[in-house]
Every structure is written in structure tokens, then in C-alpha cells.
Ligand binder design. Structure first.
Ligand SMILES: *Cc1c(COP(=O)(O)O)cnc(C)c1O
Length: 392
């Protein structure tokens, strides 16, 4: 029978407690979320600054639609690059201190684009072992040699660089790791890449808006400039609350991308109304420091409460998370699923993250905090988790 692996593999997933399916939310992202008619406190959203349903961003999208229409009508090099895209680009350049940038409809396609564009069969790609699936998948599809260095281990990275000695080497790390919330050692990554004259890219999907002065991200938080990297990439779908992504670098790199990158050239431009909404969200992320201040005080409070209840945060070998992503590692996938199900019964929406998204035996509750939460929400969440865990 043709493609009979389909039903076999689905059965295996079900038996291993790894089966996944979509859940339909009936409300916007916020402190609460209604899923399948049931209301929950929402601890699973990447909307860290609470912008996804902010009235000012919604109004911006509506104004953008009035001004520019909803669709871009084509790819960026045909009719799809609108005044709204230009204004968003200029705004991001000024905020982030980068020379040039290109817009993408998703972070996933941006990462595919960069890796495919730069790394031919003679090139070398070095990735942190815990990098996001979009980076790993792009690396394994590219014709280059790809090696993974131990998570946040610059000494291991250096030893690989010394053995390989390839002038066309790209090193990629996330700024904030999406499933653990810990931060990359930006200073030593920069040092290693400079020492070997290689390129360094940071995917800052979870750092932009959350870390650094005025939300400029992980690199600025570490005391450097986004321009110190060859490639700074982040998405608009996390702290900015909308969707899409950008890739920033030197003018010549972005010119090269614009001329040679198929995922950039052969795709319809972001809807201009959406680009306008992203621009307003970016302005708010830059200027509304209270959102970051509140988020960081909630992160502190969550960690304090978890410690009070003796809950172990983060995987044993990792630095603890100081960011909006706070994992509680349970290990076994089925048990993690049961805990997440029980939390739902108590009215908390927390996602069980299981392999292959995370390494085997490190299934976890991935708790995300946002500006929308209140201390009381966190207090109730932590004491409920503590009760459930003590029953297992
Ligand atoms: C979410 C994410 C992406 C993908 O971005 P999308 O815009 O959602 O496609 C890429 N990298 C990291 C680290 C992410 O967390």
C-alpha cells in the first residue's frame, strides 16, 4: 500500500503519548483564553508584552487596511513592497541600530532563506544543539556540512572551529532558547567568531522586545550592538504580538539576499496593513518600558513562588531562565501530558512540550509569562502545579 507509514507513524505517536492536534481558541490572546468553550488562565502564549490584542495595535491594523488595503498583491520585487513596508523597515533600523534589513512572512522561512543563501557544499554551519527546529531543518536540507556544538558551550564551539578552519563558516545560536528560556553567551560567541573570522547569527525570536535597553534584544542586553553581528534575525509573532520576521545585516548582505534568495523573491509580501500594525507594535515595544518592567517583576515573582514550593526550574545542566519562558521539566512524556491535563481541569492553559521538540526524557511544562498576568494568577498556578506534582 502506498504511504502506509502514515497510519503506522500516527499510531506510534499515540502510543508514546506524543500525538499532537490543534486546539481552537475562541478569544484573542490575553490573560485568559477560551478554548473549546472553556475559559483558562493563559500560560502558553508568546505574546510577552501583551500586544497581540492591544487596542492601539488593532487600530493600527485597521488604519493600515484603510490606507493600503489588505493584500500586497505580489512579491516584494514586483508590486508587493509598499510604503508600509518601507516605514516598518526604517523604524526597525532606527530602533535596533542595524544597517539594512529584509522582511519575511515568517521566522521559519527567514531561517530557511539565510541558510540556503549562504551555505553551499563547501561551507560549514555550526549550530547550538538546542537551536529551533526551523534552523536545524534548514541546516540538514542545505548541502553544507553541519555540526552541532554543545548547548551554550563556547569552548566546544572553539574546538570545532579550530579543527575545521573553513573561511565560509556561519555560527548560529538563539539569543533566548525557546524551550528553556536560558540565554546564549553572546560575548564569548562574538569572541570566538571574531577570532576565527567567521560569521555569527543570532535568532532572537524570544529576546526582541523583552531584553536589552528599550527592548533591543539579547545582543544589546549583553552589552554589544546588533551591528556587531553579521546577521541579527527576529520575529514579529512573539513579543511584538503580530507575525512575520526580519533579517538584518550589512547593506551588501541584504542586497545579496534581495537578489539571490528564493524564499525572499518568490513569495507574496506581508500584507501592508499588517506591516503597519507591526510598526506600531514595534514603537510600543520600544517606548513602553512599563511592559518590560511588569514582565520582569512577574518573572521574578514566579521564580520566587516556585522556589518556595520546591519546584525545580530548568534542566539540571542549564543556567536558570531569567526570561519569560519558564520550563518545569518533568521528563516522562505521558506524565507531562497528564499534569497538563490536570492543570486544564483547574483552569490553567499550560502546554506540555514533548520530544521531538525537546530532547528525549526532558518533556516539560513550558510556562510563559506575559505583561497581562497578575501576581495572583502566578501564585495560583504555582500552588496548583505543586499540589499536582506531589500527587505523582
Ligand atoms: C518561533 C520561532 C521561529 C519561527 O518564527 P515564526 O515567525 O513563528 O515562523 C524561529 N526561531 C525561533 C527561535 C522561534 O522561537
Amino acid at each position: 500500500m502506498a504511504f502506509d507509514f502514515i497510519s503506522q507513524q500516527l499510531d506510534t505517536r499515540k502510543n508514546d503519548g506524543l500525538y499532537r492536534q490543534t486546539q481552537t481558541a475562541q478569544t484573542p490572546q490575553g490573560r485568559y483564553i477560551t478554548v473549546n468553550g472553556q475559559r483558562y488562565l493563559n500560560f502558553s502564549s508568546n505574546d510577552y508584552l501583551g500586544l497581540a490584542s492591544d487596542p492601539a495595535v488593532i487600530t493600527a491594523w485597521q488604519e493600515g487596511a484603510d490606507r493600503y488595503g489588505v493584500g500586497s498583491g505580489g512579491s516584494y520585487l514586483v508590486t508587493g513592497y509598499n510604503q508600509a513596508h518601507l516605514e516598518l523597515t526604517e523604524q526597525l533600523k532606527a530602533w535596533l541600530g542595524v544597517e539594512a534589513l529584509a522582511l519575511f512572512s515568517s521566522g521559519y522561512s527567514a531561517n530557511q532563506a539565510i541558510i540556503k543563501l549562504l551555505l553551499d557544499k563547501n561551507a560549514l554551519l555550526l549550530q547550538d544543539k538546542l537551536n529551533h527546529a526551523s534552523l536545524m531543518e534548514a541546516g540538514s536540507l542545505a548541502h553544507c556540512k553541519m555540526l552541532r556544538f554543545k548547548h551554550n558551550d563556547s569552548a566546544h564551539l572553539c574546538s570545532l572551529l579550530e579543527k575545521q578552519q573553513n573561511p565560509n563558516t556561519l555560527i548560529i545560536s538563539e539569543g533566548v532558547f525557546s524551550m528553556d528560556g536560558d540565554q546564549a553567551p553572546i560575548a564569548s560567541l562574538l569572541q570566538s567568531s571574531q577570532q576565527h573570522n567567521n560569521w555569527l547569527m543570532i535568532d532572537d525570536a524570544h529576546g526582541l522586545g523583552v531584553l536589552g535597553e528599550n527592548g533591543r534584544g539579547s545582543v544589546v542586553e549583553a552589552g554589544f550592538k546588533n551591528q556587531d553581528l553579521q546577521i541579527y534575525m527576529a520575529t514579529f509573532g512573539k513579543a511584538l504580538g503580530v507575525g512575520g520576521a526580519f533579517v538584518a545585516g550589512s547593506q551588501s548582505f541584504i542586497d545579496y539576499l534581495t537578489n539571490f534568495s528564493k524564499p525572499y523573491i518568490y513569495t507574496t509580501g506581508l500584507p501592508p496593513a499588517m506591516a503597519h500594525a507591526i510598526m506600531i507594535a514595534a514603537q510600543m515595544a520600544e517606548q513602553e518600558q512599563w511592559r518590560r518592567d511588569k514582565l520582569h517583576s512577574l518573572i521574578h515573582y514566579f521564580r520566587q513562588q516556585a522556589t518556595l514550593h520546591g519546584i525545580v526550574l530548568s534542566a539540571t545542566n542549564l543556567q536558570e531562565s531569567q526570561t519569560a519562558i519558564q520550563p518545569i521539566i518533568i521528563g516522562d512524556s505521558k506524565k507531562t501530558l497528564i499534569v497538563a491535563e490536570q492543570l486544564k481541569k483547574f483552569g490553567f492553559w499550560v502546554t506540555a512540550i514533548r520530544p521531538p521538540t525537546v530532547p528525549v526524557n526532558s518533556a516539560r511544562l513550558r510556562i510563559t509569562l506575559t505583561t497581562r498576568h497578575e501576581q495572583q494568577d502566578i501564585k495560583e498556578l504555582v500552588s496548583t502545579i505543586s499540589t499536582i506534582l506531589s500527587e505523582h
